[in-house]
Design a protein around this ligand. Structure first.
Ligand SMILES: Cc1cc2nc3c(=O)[nH]c(=O)nc-3n(C[C@H](O)[C@H](O)[C@H](O)COP(=O)(O)OP(=O)(O)OC[C@H]3O[C@@H](n4cnc5c(N)ncnc54)[C@H](O)[C@@H]3O)c2cc1C
Length: 492
């Protein structure tokens, strides 16, 4: 059975596909298919090779129980891996609890979200808040299928964001917090310095670089004790009709049907900015205010994470690249040209010239450094003494900023965006140590990915110890974390 992902850029064709009813059935499948490669899916909202599955595909949608421990000293929920975040939030709300962080949408499963380091703005990624994981895997001595609880040490740091490589996640225990309200309003900013300065007052804010206008629109957000606004419902309809629907319809028309670059530029310079009502301050529950309906229209994304000290230059570089990709004659700024020469990227940029006009606001979100081994926002501090990153150049754990480029072209027209994504990931990882989101387009070669994570080798070692035969790998994760035993053991 062929299974496409949300973005329709990947189709899975596993040899067998199972939706087990409970943990016992998962163990039975593991026993029956020992020696094959086994991968899981959540709601297929990833766009990267992390989804690929050659042999056995497990969909754990029936494992969706939620158990809440709301005692003062330990507010946690233990959640079946296939539970979607929206259902988890609904159940938590009944106990006046919520998650410490949420992304744009809540369609993802808890296991899928933590496996790729899914995040929102102003807090850590969800992975950081995980305190325990229940995993089905093979016992490394007996070879039998067993269940393991991971609750501490480097193993927990690895399991918090594991790209599906440590085994089948059955349940996740995650910190919760009392429900809270968020005040939000839109504001325009002419420059980055001014948007970043607003972070002190609005720590949960996210902001957008408006293409072709090259100014910023911020969604200023902060936690508040104020009551719900009387106009909350009106505001939510405004956001839904104007941004979630109308803006997307216009973007689709301009990018898929009309397709003239001039038309797209006009849309962002003259029309879309008029939608924004500034300074309308509205308070509502966090789980409504922080979430959008970004899943309504199919699209593809790349998201690159840089530390704060790199953000201004990274956004400048991005803007110059988008200018050059849009207009074949746009001259390069000299500092930008020198940077490209340094990393040998001039040739790739000349191939892009005139081929692509970006057609969606570029979202920037702040993520606090995670305590994980390989989530995109994990810090730069190596955890083991043998790491080759130890104290390199006195690097400190600064906040991370993710820069998201969203594309609405149809599958047949996606090539230009893929070329742009390759170029940006390659050049920005060299220039700004930018890390691509594991769940979004992730076009970096393994060698380059490895240099971006100080604890990459530690994660690889934990992978090897936990799954020496690579039964829970696919070919992409196997290339990231090769295991000496894996191919021989499977007789390949
Ligand atoms: C519209 C849209 C909006 C998004 N917004 C955000 C956002 O705001 N922030 C952000 O960071 N990301 C965002 N994403 C990306 C998304 O959160 C991640 O790709 C996430 O991993 C998808 O979750 P899923 O449940 O669909 O998992 P899938 O995409 O189905 O699976 C991802 C991987 O998780 C692993 N996995 C899943 N279940 C298990 C299990 N039981 N055991 C072991 N491994 C497992 C597997 O390796 C699998 O390949 C968005 C994606 C979309 C489509």
């Amino acid at each position: 059975m062929s299974t496409p992902n949300f973005g329709r850029n990947i189709t899975l064709n596993p040899a067998s596909h199972f939706t087990p009813k409970d943990e016992e059935e998962v163990l039975a499948i593991l026993r029956q298919h020992r020696g094959k490669r086994i991968r899981c899916i959540g709601r297929l909202h990833s766009w990267s090779q992390i989804l690929e599955c050659e042999d056995i595909l497990l969909d754990l949608r029936h494992l969706k129980q939620v158990q809440i421990d709301a005692s003062q000293e330990r507010r946690v929920a233990t959640v079946g891996s296939g539970c979607q975040i929206k259902h988890l939030l609904a159940q938590l709300k009944q106990s006046d609890l919520t998650l410490p962080s949420v992304g744009f949408i809540t369609e993802q499963t808890i296991a899928g979200a933590i496996s790729t380091g899914t995040h929102g703005s102003g807090r850590h990624s969800l992975s950081h808040y995980v305190t325990g994981i229940r995993i089905a895997k093979y016992d490394t001595v007996t070879g039998d299928a067993v269940i393991e609880e991971v609750t501490d040490g480097d193993e927990l740091l690895a399991a918090r964001c594991s790209l599906g490589c440590l085994g089948i996640i059955l349940a996740v225990t995650i910190e919760c917090r009392p429900t809270y309200r968020v005040e939000e309003h839109f504001q325009r900013h002419d420059n980055l310095t001014s948007v970043l300065a607003a972070e002190t007052d609005f720590p949960l804010q996210q902001f957008y670089l408006v293409p072709w206008l090259w100014t910023y629109v911020a969604q200023h957000r902060k936690e508040t004790a104020a009551p719900r606004s009387s106009l909350l419902l009106v505001y939510q309809w405004y956001r839904f009709i104007v941004f979630d629907l109308s803006m997307h319809v216009l973007v689709l028309l301009a990018s898929r049907l009309i397709r003239f670059h001039r038309c797209i530029r006009f849309l962002f310079r003259r029309i879309i900015p008029r939608f924004v009502i500034c300074n309308w301050r509205v308070t509502g529950d966090s789980s409504q205010q922080l979430v959008m309906e970004h899943e309504r229209f199919r699209h593809v994304e790349i998201e690159l994470f840089v530390q704060r000290n790199h953000l201004p230059a990274a956004l400048e570089f991005l803007r110059s690249t988008l200018d050059a990709a849009e207009q074949s004659s746009e001259p390069l700024k000299s500092n930008y040209r020198m940077q490209l020469v340094e990393i040998g990227g001039e040739g790739s940029l000349s191939e892009l010239r005139g081929t692509y006009c970006h057609h969606y606001p570029i979202c920037v979100r702040r993520i606090l450094p995670d305590e994980t081994l390989i989530s995109m926002a994990c810090g730069l501090t190596p955890i083991s003494s043998d790491s080759n990153w130890a104290n390199k150049d006195g690097l400190v754990d600064e906040d991370w900023y993710s820069i998201t480029l969203t594309n609405y072209h149809s599958k047949t027209d996606l090539a230009a965006f893929e070329r742009l994504s390759n170029f940006l990931a390659n050049s920005m990882s060299k220039l700004f140590a930018a890390r691509p989101h594991w769940g979004k387009l992730c076009p970096l070669p393994v060698d380059q990915l490895r240099t971006l994570y100080p604890n990459f080798e530690r994660f690889a070692a934990i992978c090897t110890a936990s799954d020496p035969n690579g039964f829970f790998a696919n070919s992409w994760t196997e290339s990231l974390f090769p295991r000496p035993l894996s191919r021989r053991a499977r007789g390949e």
